[in-house]
Write a protein that binds this ligand. Structure first.
Ligand code: NAD
Length: 264
């Protein structure tokens, strides 16, 4: 592996992050940049507020605006990493959308299909397309992939997930494990499965899932044994760890920063 030597050391580590304009992805980009990475970000939006634009000015982040459901968008962001930063060592698949907690009888069939297709397209097919675009360059560098799963990859109705989001996050766990087997030994594939993190996460209809209200954060806190609501900045270093030499023996694994939901 080229983690501590070879081309990566000469040019410095390079990552692609999807959904890096907000929430967990945004914190991952900031953490990677703070630790020497240069990052190409694919998001449908440019970031708002303070922080990343300053990083952008330092020319350590390239923004590619596009939709993770579009294979060409993934080709463009991987190409941006290769052409601007000289290689690719880490692909973080993270962009996601929520279903608002729907149960199977909440919507009429056509509306249910529309929500479910959108969530599965972004949260599952988007991951497959990113993996497809990044696998070749990562095999060349001996790099790795890290995907964002969720407590909803393991639980039913954990932290307010509905049927489409649960289906998508269970499926994404299958994607991670299948990719890990497919791409060994050249590319490692792991995941982070957070519990409730207060972010800008939105439903297909565009509503905020967390809304920032006391009521919602208290509900998240009340669900997990540690009684925590994690911040995106607390979760972000786990991605860097999984990409590091310290995790060189790990593939197909999931780290679960969720306040101990597994022992609830
Ligand atoms: P967020 O909305 O703050 O960030 C998601 C980002 O993905 C946004 O910048 C958004 O523009 C982008 N995005 C969404 N759909 C896209 C598309 N079709 N094409 C391109 N970009 C798109 O939310 P977040 O909570 O940071 O979510 C990141 C990931 O974390 C998601 O996969 C989510 O399911 C997962 N997750 C979140 C929590 C939580 O509690 N917030 C818990 C577990 C898992």
């Amino acid at each position: 592996m080229a983690i501590d030597g070879g081309r990566r050391t000469e040019r410095g580590p390079v990552a692609v992050v999807t959904g890096g304009a907000s929430g967990i992805g945004r914190a991952v980009v900031a953490d990677l940049v703070a630790h020497g990475y240069r990052v190409a970000v694919l998001d449908r939006d440019l970031p708002e507020g303070r922080g990343l634009p300053q990083v952008h000015e330092a020319d350590r982040v390239r923004w590619v605006v596009g939709d993770v459901r579009d294979p060409d968008a993934h080709s463009r962001v991987v190409e941006a990493a290769l052409s601007h930063f000289g290689g690719l060592d880490l692909f973080v698949g993270n962009a996601g959308v929520h279903d608002g907690g729907i149960r199977v009888r909440d919507l009429a069939g056509a509306a249910l299909a529309e929500v479910a297709r959108h969530v599965l397209d972004v949260d599952v097919v988007g991951y497959l397309l990113g993996a497809r675009a990044a696998a070749g360059p990562l095999a060349d560098s001996g790099g790795s992939m890290v995907f964002t799963l969720s407590d909803a990859s393991y639980l039913v109705r954990g932290n307010g997930a509905g049927i489409a989001y649960t289906a998508a996050k269970y499926a994404a766990l299958g994607v991670v494990r299948h990719l890990a087997a497919d791409l060994a030994p050249s590319v490692r594939v792991n995941a982070v499965a957070p519990g409730g993190v207060v972010t800008g996460l939105r439903t297909v209809a565009g509503d905020r899932v967390f809304g920032g209200t006391e009521e919602i954060t208290a509900a998240v806190r009340g669900l997990n044994p540690l009684g925590v609501v994690l911040r995106a900045e607390q979760v972000a270093p786990l991605y860097r760890f999984l990409a590091s030499a310290a995790a060189a023996g790990m593939t197909g694994e999931v780290l679960r920063p969720d306040g101990g939901l597994a022992v609830r």
